[in-house]
Structures are given as C-alpha cells and as structure tokens.
Design a protein. Sequence first.
Length: 243
Amino acid sequence: MPGNMWDEPEEAPQQDLDLKLLRVGAQPIDDSGTLRVLLETTRGQIEGILHPVEGGSTAVICVGGAMGGVEGPADSLYARLPLLLSSAKVTVLRIEYRKPNDFEECVLDALAGCSFMKGIGAADLVLVGHSFGGAVVIKAGELHESVRGVASMSPQLYGTRQVENLNKPLLLIHGMSDSILSHEASEDIYRRALEPKRIVLYAEAGHSLIQAKQQIDDLLSDWIPARLGGVPDVGGREEYETL
C-alpha cells in the first residue's frame, strides 16, 4: 500500500477480530540459545525467532515490511539487535506474519507476540517495525499496555491516522532519499503524534536504510534500553548526512 495515499479506506482492527494464543512450541536453532518458536493461535500459526536473555524482564518485538521477513532493514538489523542489546539483557523476538500485507491480521500478530512475551516474563516491551511494519507497530503499540516505546522505520502512512492515540514514546527513522515511501510520511506522522516523539532523518539513506546502518545501530542501542528503563525521551527533529 503506498504510504502517500490518503484516499484509501483505513480501518483499525475491528471488534470481531480476536486472536488468542493456544500453545507455544520451541526448538533450538543453534548452540547460542536462539529458538525457533511457533505460536499456535485461534487464527493460525505465527512463526518467529526468539533470542532469550536470562535474568532480563524486557523485550523487543520486531516485524517486517509488507512481504514479511525476520531480518529487518539496514542490512539485517533485526538479526543484530540481540547482540546490540545483550548488555542491557533485552530479549528479542522476530515475528513472521501469518498473512503479509494484511494490516489488521499483522497487527494481531504483533499483539500475539506481546502476549507471548508477557506470558514468559517480559513486563516491558518495545516494538520495532519497518515500512508496512512501521505502521503495524504504531497501531499495536497503541493497543497493548506493556509497550513502553515504538520505533517506526521508513513507515507508510496507511494505518497511522490515529497515531495521536499511541500515548507512548515514538521514534521515527527515515531516509530522505527513500524512493519507495517518501520521508514526508514520517514527517506527517511526526506532526500528528503527541509527545514524547522524535524523528531522525538520514539525508542519503534509501528505503532499506542500509546507508545509515551504523548510525541506526548506535541509535537503537541507546534508545531501546532507555525506553525499557523508563528514562524520559528527548524528542525533536534530527537530520544527518550518512557519509
């Protein structure tokens, strides 16, 4: 769905859209402790990759774009997050959508991830999404009480009309050379969102944000633990070159 089209109908998840977790299965992927998880729900199976951290009670949930995927933008950011956040003892869950590009169903998948993480002891959560998923996490963050912050990267507009209801710290990240979804989408979301909010723009980065890989690693390594720790966010608009 093009992020700059407002004439498309927009609907938040309807009251009759309900998803409940039935059971969870997990299987080790390697010797690092990483698990492949399968969440059995009343609406089908959600697959994911879990990077658990002992002794922590916080977690990040990551979702992809319209086509799904668990690697993330900026040269597989989601796969790096477990290491980037290890010192802060943050567990990372990477979710694969049941029905990619179906906004309501993908929001439910993100909420199922929240319920799963809460069920295994994560009291505080941060949601991270890219492109289509950038709108998914804004809506899911509005709806789940355990979310302490939302990081939306290269987001589309569709699904964000009620961003003023988020009532949680919002970080928007966008490349100003994005030819898929203009950075004006993030600018528009930022204008409508309530405090605390922050927008970070990278002049030479495209939609995948690969040109700002290191800057984004550094940004999220600080921003995520701070939100999970309840540190007040410093908002505002920031613009950087990505040489």
